[in-house]
Design a protein around this ligand. Structure first.
Ligand SMILES: [Zn+2]
Ligand SMILES: [Zn+2]
Length: 149
């Protein structure tokens, strides 16, 4: 595996290019309904970096955001729609980015599934990673397993 530092990525149309200034962690699949609608796919694979370490090198002015829940928003390319990152209020110290937007998506692999309870039935990831019905019990920033309503 290549070094996880200095990873770069971007959107479908090339308007937005970004780099990571630290190594990603907490990589996992999310099967929640918002991720399904945001991606048009059964699930999204995210990893986290320290807030500020996902850096737009090009096209920062093209990024649009949408409130995707009562506790978070998502950033996407305003030109082509590629989902780039997600920010949640209970984890202000990190940002979650779409692993598939890396130039080398093999650089980091998911290791768990969250919101398995809303999984699309025909999507079988075929792995043995932990499956959580909703958030992980040890989710950073949450006292319980869910964000405040
Ligand atoms: Zn784009
Ligand atoms: Zn989700």
């Amino acid at each position: 595996m290549a070094s996880q530092l200095n990873l770069t990525g971007g959107c479908l149309c090339g308007a937005v290019r970004f780099r990571l200034e630290s190594a990603p962690f907490d990589a996992g699949w999310c099967h929640c309904r918002s991720c399904q609608l945001n991606s048009g796919s059964p699930a999204m694979a995210f990893a986290s970096v320290t807030d500020g370490d996902w850096v737009a090198e090009h096209g920062a002015d093209r990024i649009r955001t949408v409130a995707s829940s009562s506790f978070g928003h998502r950033g996407f390319c305003g030109a082509c729609g590629t989902p780039l990152y997600m920010k949640v209020d209970h984890q202000p110290e990190t940002v979650d980015f779409s692993i598939a937007t890396l130039d080398d998506p093999d650089a980091i692999a998911p290791g768990f599934h969250i919101f398995w309870g809303s999984r699309v039935a025909w999507f079988d990831p075929g792995d043995d990673w932990p499956r959580y019905e909703r958030f992980r019990p040890d989710t950073r920033g949450l006292e319980g397993t869910e964000p405040p309503a």
